[in-house]
Design a protein. Structure first.
Length: 228
């Protein structure tokens, strides 16, 4: 692990946190499962968004499923979702939030289950590469959220300790990963997960969306850490 240096890190999930993609993922996963002969409710899929592809399939179909279908289902989802990659839209305030944090001395790092071309499309949608110092993607870790691995990797990229970082996400998996990594979890409702579920999973604060967090930044955990 690289040596730590003084500073603070703002770690961000991407899907549903910075880019408005969760319901698109639900629809394309639903169709991918349908093509493979499985009827999976959109509600169940929605509650699984944020897991890596293999973990999501196992979560929804069970450990005793025909694992030979996993690659077929995952590939179908990627193809269906990829058809919209040029039209992904950032959530309100996402770009400005990252810039505001960078201006306050925070190092922005993305920690996401996305990888490859999907991650490239998400970064294009955010349009804030100049204030993002690194990305911990699905390609970089052995286990995705809710395991703490993506958060640990993001901390390494930011070169800060866990108690000098805040993780912002929109799913219970994000909150659980942050808690396990010893990072302060902050939740957004923009992914469609209920406030109570996010709080139960460990969220210290819950905001409507990036714009809401930006508007209340001076009263947030970010401001409290800046005062230390």
């Amino acid at each position: 692990m690289s040596a730590r240096r003084a500073g603070r890190a703002a770690l961000f999930d991407v899907d549903g946190t910075l880019v408005d993609t969760n319901h698109l993922h639900v629809t394309t996963w639903w169709e991918a499962f349908r093509q493979a002969g499985h009827r999976v409710s959109t509600h169940a899929i929605h509650r699984s968004i944020g897991l890596g592809s293999t973990d999501l399939i196992e979560h929804l179909l069970g450990e005793d499923r025909d694992t030979d279908q996993d690659e077929q289902i995952s590939s179908a989802h990627k193809a269906l979702y990829g058809a919209y990659s040029d039209r992904l839209a950032p959530l309100d305030g996402a770009h400005d939030l990252l810039h505001a944090l960078a201006d306050r001395g925070w190092r922005n790092v993305l920690a996401t289950s996305a990888g490859g071309r999907e991650l490239d499309a998400l970064r294009r949608a955010i349009d804030a590469d100049e204030v993002i110092v690194g990305t911990a993607s699905a390609d970089d870790v052995a286990d995705g959220k809710p395991a703490p691995d993506p958060v640990h990797r993001a901390l390494e990229l930011a070169e800060v300790a866990a108690d000098d970082a805040v993780f912002v996400g929109d799913t219970v998996w994000d909150m659980q990963a942050a808690v396990r990594a010893g990072v302060r979890p902050v939740a957004l409702l923009s992914g469609g997960i209920p406030r109570a579920d996010l709080t139960e999973a460990g969220a210290e604060a819950v905001y409507k969306d990036p714009a809401d967090l930006l508007a209340r930044l001076d009263d947030s955990v970010f401001a409290r850490l800046e005062e230390r």
